[in-house]
Design a protein around this ligand. Sequence first.
Ligand SMILES: *Cc1c(COP(=O)(O)O)cnc(C)c1O
Length: 318
Amino acid sequence: MSLSYADVEAAAGRIDGIAHRTPVLTSRTADRLTGASLFFKAEPLQRAGAFKFRGACNAIAALSPEQRRRGVLAFSSGNHAQAIAYAGALQNVPTVIVMPHDAPAIKVAATRGYGAEIVSYDRYKEDREAVSRQLAEARGLSMIPPYDHPDVIAGQGTAVKELIEEVGPLDVLLVCLGGGGLLAGSCLAARALSPEVEIWGVEPEAGNDGQQSLAKGEVVRIPVPVSIADGALTTHLGQHTFPIIQREAAGIVTATDAQLVAAMRFFVERMKLVVEPTGCLAAAAAFEGAVPVAGKRVGVILSGGNVDPAALGRHLAA
Ligand SMILES: *Cc1c(COP(=O)(O)O)cnc(C)c1O
């Protein structure tokens, strides 16, 4: 069964009243710097601090009563874990989270705080999918992956649905990209609500597997990238996300860590908004000219705001 905009609409109905309808922010300074009209969808202000709450909420809401009783398992470098833990707590569903041993402290603490059980693994030595699958089978848990799952993709698409409903049709849409759940969902929503829009994915320069995949016409796997964009350290796109991105996206561009820091500084100084490094990818593409935006109406997804205050300070002081 292939995903469509109807799935995004269904997700919007399920998460209504649970997920926040986040604000769309504008900045005259950002518009002056780029010559564009930029509309920033502020997912740092989403519950659990990132858009991932949307997909998590939708995926848990779609489970059967028996599946909910047994509980769910998620593997994640952070935001998906928090999202599943929180969405599970709100819906009285037990959660087990498989996290890398070096996940940011703020994300581990927040996840545990929502009542999830944490199981850690070594991201450079062990395969998180294999670790997770064994655990899920042994305990009868439903596995909800961070991006390659139809209900997750449909849930993530609700951010762009809200954005376009609020500001009207766009010329360009910029969306950050790890495994492509957010980008694929955004493609479904944007193509339905603003058919002419040009949709661009933005990923870390150090991990441009998405760009390589589009060039090659198939999913390319890379080693775990090293970047401050810890929400986008994925090694490959998904079997569900790639075909949608291949069909709908104009292309994928990249941003360097230095460009992400510059964007983080802009949001703190000018817009009083904490955006985590990964959350700055799409904005960096607009600010740095990786995608031409002058004279255009541009949607920019700020995907999350979960950054250790100490790490934020180090980035901004450097
Ligand atoms: C997970 C995440 C991403 C990447 O999302 P995908 O659906 O894996 O492409 C981007 N930004 C933040 C803040 C995230 O948590």
